[in-house]
Design a protein. Sequence first.
Lengths: 572, 287
Amino acid sequence: MSARHSVVVRLAGESGEGVISSGDLLTQAAARGGYSTQTFRTFPAEIKGGPCMYQFRLSDEPIWSHGKDVDLLVCFNQEAWDLNWDSLGAEGSILYDVTEVTIPDEYLDRARPVRMEELAKEIGGSLRAKNMVAVGAVTGVISFDTTPIEELVLRRYAHKEGVADANIAALHAGADEAADLKGRYPLVPPVEVEDDRMLISGNQAIAVGAVAAGVNYFAGYPITPASDILEWLSVRLPQTGGLTIQCEDEIASLASVIGASYAGAKAMTATSGPGLSLMGELIGYAGTAEIPVVIVDAQRGGPSTGLPTKTEQSDLNQALYGSHGEAPRVVIAPVSVEDCFYATVEAFNYAEQYQVPVLLLTDQGLATRLEVIHRPDTDAVELVQRKTSAGIAREDYKRYEYTPDSISPMGIPGEPNGMYVATGIEHNEYGHPGYTPEIHTGMQDKRLGKLEPIRGTSRVATHGEDQPEDVAFIGFGSTFGPVREAVDRLVEQGLSVGAFYPRVLGPFPADRLEAFVARAARVIVPEVNYTGQLARLIRAETGIELESVAKCDGLPFTAEAIFDLVAQEVTA
Amino acid sequence: MSTRKPNDYKSELKPIWCPGCGDFGVLASLYRSMADMDLDPSQTVIVSGIGCSSRLPHFASTYGVHTLHGRPLPVAMGVKLANPDLTVIAVGGDGDGFAIGLGHFPHAARRNVDITYLVMDNEIYGLTKGQASPTSLFEHKAPSTPFGNPEDPLNPLALAIAAGASFVARAASFNTKALTELITQAVEHKGFSYIDAMSPCTTFNNTQDSWKEMVTDVAPEHDVTDRGQAFDLALRGGFALGILYRQERTTQTQRYRAILDKAKPSDVDTMLDGFNARKGAAIGKPS
């Protein structure tokens, strides 16, 4: 078979069988081999038991989505087949555990049994290496060099004698299974491997971005899918002189972050939708007391406990409007793993410059997926410091002073002339409680008005044609990947297509969006939620006609699904 | 010898409390204690929640954070962790601390957060006009308990001791000399110091006269280092004023300092190296 530019593999089985770790292992090995990778995983909300799957797509070229039609489906058990057979492409092949799975007759010609359990028992005396037999079988079918996998296994089990050997033996044994499928999906080897490649997840990119931004204080409460950030920073932040603490709940997390920032720290918390709900009142507080904080929301399926381990983009409204009254905030939605790094730096800069809470919206798909990115250039990171009371005489100091840009000097404890009381009660320029019509109107105007410059200056993400004539896609966050792939394919077909991603959703860059779509026959707004929250926002902020494509199945869009929104019309 | 006077800690704002409110006595004691300790106002942060007593930071010329209802403790913890050189005093009422904010209290105690928490307990919600609070007595009649409070009150002192507070004391707003000294000892204590200051609400729950009759002093033979004795005293009820419990224990600040001291210094570029995916790159710890 001729070599391909892309292969999509899906591993499926029971949580606890090593499906996720196998996917991570293959992805890491592929990244080291010079391939681009995209991954998507789903797992149950329980620790052991319940179906999980890990899909990865490899390519010698840059790729932006995890793929739709699976080339190679690996079933660890019967349920894996039952739940995943319909993801298989028309030419796709199947590897399945011979003792566990029965494949329907019509698929047997492209299905091969693998002695996952048998070989694992034979080699390691238990089922623990079952997943390594599967990994080995995958490497055989996609003609994948096992050396980087062996290196990773040796490293991972460096302290456990015999375990690495058993795993590597299982890997080799697996590679000889399904012998007649060997080399069925050979990948084009990467031509040129750039030197600055990194394999990293969205959560990790945010955590390391926060370090680049100079974070000194992080507080969080465990919640899927944001806990990685808490865990990663628990190790790393002390190495920079900063501090990470796990609090008793999300309220305490954000409250302590507010306290730390009040005392001069750059402070952040990370959570998911349920935690953000609890933080709502404090977001209003930070906005009113004008205290810089960064809040990460790795969205998951809602409402309520919802789908803790599945993806959704349904917290946009909560991010923009959550908290009573009309509370100022900035909302940023990074569009890729790489952007997670830069958006985190931007989040801190907006927070410090405007003395405002900044919400960073990702989602389960983006937060947990492993992607090969260019190493961020830390020398190019520019940091903004907050305006403080330093140098102002005591008698002249007004914490909430009306200024031309509505940004007032913040006193930092220790600074002798900056003493004030931060408060969420309406207050005058000195921070003294005051409820007159003039004070409330003036202060709301100050707090909300100070953010207006962002509307025209925020960094947006675009792809394809500027001011396209046929189709303009508008979205936020993680849908950018599949949309940009679809745009490329539609442009190849001769259509005039472009995508506009505001990134900063509040304040909303309405004028630039209107200019972008001015000539487009169709404006399509894909998003992963039920009510079309972004579409409603655009309708509220602009007068444009648009088509809302909202779905809430817990899964990210595929490039193919986006492509089909337009292609069906082209072919009709 | 102190160079600052109690009046130096007064802000230009006059308290908005009702005449006779116990909180005046607490505030006066706080001014005097801060003067006795000669606290640098710019190195002092008073953190409060919401309620009559939580207005207190506005009446002091120090740094202050008037937070949300129930949230002074985690905010105060953040302030202290971010800058351990600061003196941090959290204040509030019984509704703020023991109803909406109770979830934070045992955690601040067990962590031994190096702050002082001064609660002005009037057994009532004053700001919202007299409803029952978690420390209101059984059968207390209030607008929200017209048939008498059907609930038993919480015992904050016993709770503080059980949760691991390393300094626990009871005071009364009308006994300012003792309260001043207790505040000083609490602030100078290393770790989480809790003062339950009985502070009558003369408008909605005027207990002043009865409390004045009930108060006694903690017996001189009471061993403040004996947690069992302290617990007994807290559970026995009554109004024994003074220190119930005091313990030397490493503070949260010291424990985090130890983590920082042990950490191997690193920087963002070294951290990024851990994600290298170059061909033949040194294999980092699988993440």
